[in-house]
Write a protein that binds this ligand. Structure first.
Ligand code: FES
Length: 637
């Protein structure tokens, strides 16, 4: 039995089998609804309102939705099953909106550092075009087309015995002869040998192109690279479509195990996301998929598994073992990617289940492993990976900071995008608030840097104490609901969403747990090696923080060590930059493999060290104020 489901406000109508959930119906209609828990009924983010029609509801999960929403008639889309023709309204906050991901904005207090793309490595792309002029065969010199081509490639480009696959071979005879033995040969390095990707008749004047992709859990960014000049031509970003099946790696791993075609579904979604970006880059630059001979991807270990179709099951289960840390180089056609079917696809090597290729890529582009100075590299994202080391040794861990600094699990949290609040100022006496937003648009939510600013300032002026608990404050901005306390940052008349934008006590406690996890991770690495914080020469911060990150506020809340600001550098999306570098330098790719091998991994769930550190770090800034000498001076709460 099938029913129609109409989704408002867009009036999208779809047909669905009786008994399927509203979330399922929305997904099959191509409407993205937030579902952080992957339909487990525990995150409460998939709320919708049924306007008309009957449905069966699994009441066991009712309590997941705060009472105010239940009273207003909201239900969980993942736990409501269609029993009739039905009309459903999806509120804006439940939608996984497609938006342009913020790329490349550099301004502000600690602006993102512009890392040079080659960063000391030689330009020697993984894929190149070689333009050959050959002698035609004659009766005195009868050698095969392959031998003729091999001889010329060796003579003119130093490439010996390249691999030639059947699809190239079947076209070879004609392609060599079409333009009178002038050809353009695209070769790609597969880690050991060169492979011929394509033979075009004549001398093609276009450069050779490659695509670098950062496959983030939430966001995917692709960069089209001119391999001959070693330059990124254009970058595009979008949401990872996998987010509709769970917005963190754990819920996606669960999806793979609990659904029959779960892995296939997730793999298709990420490939679609990449194809969507690649397709746009190709069209905008007047290219064809055949012009792309290579792709380098950089991602965390789970994302790499899902991209390659490897089951991530054991990543989650003790003792947390991935199928592979060094993935094979595969062909575009094996994954259904929109590049040349014979084009090669590289995945950055990982270190362990929770320190993946994106971190190795970050270590590569920032040159940590080539310098004498002791560097701390922190990726402030959901997984919270941290690397410490120098040219002699590298150690890493993942502190599972949670998605709070990326806006997840925070009532009005958002990623760094237009309208996101990125700076907050609070008047000491009146508690009046001044906010700055990305692109100066009307406020729609608060991004990571805004959240850091917000807690630091609320603590400074005395709205919250060191545990994040609200204090008795005379301000109409502080409001008390029956289950939470709120501090209004932007009144609804001024906001871009027609609602008051606030931060609640629960939000603050979530953020304190996240920042506590990051600091505890740093301390765990230092203590394992018996090193003092002061020995750190340089701290590199990676992550999507919008235009800037206010380091002194991050120190004030105890997220980052209390070290001189000169030691800090904000390096932005290093995962993508590392992938761009690997594309254009064989030497850099080889070094990425060395980093993957030399980096050791500290499993934080073994022993009590991390937990002890965490318990001490869930205060503003910390229980041990001696660790934050500069903060002690500013605060009396
Ligand atoms: S509660 Fe429905 S997806 Fe999480």
């Amino acid at each position: 039995m099938k029913y129609t489901v109409t989704f408002l406000p867009d009036k999208i109508i779809t047909e669905t089998e009786a008994g399927k959930s509203l979330l399922h119906a929305a997904n099959s209609a191509g409407i993205g609804i937030k579902s952080s828990c992957g339909s487990e009924g525990t995150c409460g983010r998939c709320k919708v309102k049924v306007v008309e029609g009957k449905y069966l509801y699994d009441e066991r999960f009712t309590c997941t939705l705060p009472e105010k929403y239940r009273d207003a008639g909201f239900i969980l889309a993942c736990k409501a099953y269609v029993e009739d023709n039905i009309t459903v309204e999806i509120p804006a906050e439940s939608r996984l909106d497609e938006h342009q991901v913020l790329l490349e904005d550099k301004q502000g207090v600690l602006a993102e550092k512009d890392l040079p793309i080659l960063n000391g490595y030689t330009l020697d792309p993984l894929c190149k075009k070689i333009r050959l002029t050959m002698d035609a065969p004659n009766l005195t010199e009868i050698i095969s087309d392959v031998s003729r081509l091999e001889t010329e490639l060796s003579k003119q480009a130093g490439i010996k015995k390249p691999i030639i696959g059947l699809p190239v071979l079947t076209q070879m005879a004609e392609n060599l002869r079409k333009e009178n033995w002038q050809v353009t040969v695209t070769v790609a390095y597969n880690g050991r040998d060169y492979e011929i990707v394509r033979i075009e008749p004549g001398h093609d004047t276009n450069p050779c192109y490659g695509i670098a992709v950062d496959i983030g859990t939430t966001t995917v960014v692709a960069s089209l690279v001119d391999m001959e000049k070693g330059l990124s031509i254009e970058k595009l970003g979008t949401y990872n479509r996998q987010a509709k099946l769970g917005d963190d790696v754990v819920s996606r791993m669960i999806h793979c195990s609990s659904e029959q075609n779960g892995l296939e579904e997730l793999q298709n979604l990420v490939v679609q996301t990449i194809n969507d970006l690649t397709g746009k880059l190709i069209v905008r630059n007047n290219l064809s998929p055949d012009d792309i001979g290579i792709m380098v991807t950089s991602a965390n270990t789970t994302m790499t598994h899902l991209f390659l179709g490897l089951h991530p099951k054991y990543i989650r289960l003790e003792p947390y073992v991935p199928t592979a840390t060094f993935a094979p180089v595969v062909k575009g056609k094996e994954l259904g990617l929109q590049i040349h079917p014979e084009g090669l696809v590289y995945s950055f090597p990982a270190v362990a289940s929770y320190v993946g290729g994106d971190i190795v890529s970050g270590a590569l582009i920032t040159n940590i492993s080539k310098k004498e100075e002791l560097t701390l590299f922190i990726d402030i994202g959901t997984n919270g990976e941290i690397v410490l080391g120098n040219q002699d040794w590298l150690i890493s861990c993942a502190c599972s900071a949670g998605p709070a600094f990326e806006g997840g699990g925070i009532t009005y949290g958002t990623r760094a995008m237009k309208g996101a609040i990125e700076r907050v100022e609070i008047d000491n006496d009146t508690f009046d608030v001044k906010v700055s937003t990305i692109d100066s648009a009307k406020a729609i939510g608060i991004c990571g840097s805004g959240l850091i600013d917000c807690i630091a300032k609320m603590h400074q002026v005395g709205i919250i104490d060191r545990t994040g608990t609200f204090q008795d404050t005379e301000s109409r901005r502080v409001q008390i609901t029956h289950d939470d306390k709120l501090f209004i940052l932007v009144w609804k008349e001024e906001s871009g969403i027609g609602k008051d934008i606030y931060i609640s006590e629960n939000d603050i406690k979530n953020l304190i747990r996240s920042k506590g996890a990051v600091f505890a991770g740093i301390q765990s690495l230092l203590k394992t090696l018996q090193l003092e914080i002061e020995l750190i020469d340089k701290i590199l911060i990676a992550g999507g923080f919008g235009n800037y990150l206010n380091i002194s506020d991050a120190v004030r809340i105890g997220l980052l060590p209390d070290l001189p600001i000169e030691k800090y550098e904000f390096v932005g999306n290093t995962s993508l930059k590392g992938a761009e570098l690997a594309l254009i330098s064989k030497e850099a790719w080889n070094h990425a493999e060395i980093i993957g091998k030399m980096m050791t991994y500290l499993e934080l769930s073994v022993g009590n060290l991390f937990m002890d550190e965490f318990m001490q770090a869930i205060f503003l800034p910390h229980t041990d104020l001696k660790l934050f000498p500069s903060v002690e001076l500013h605060t009396n709460l």
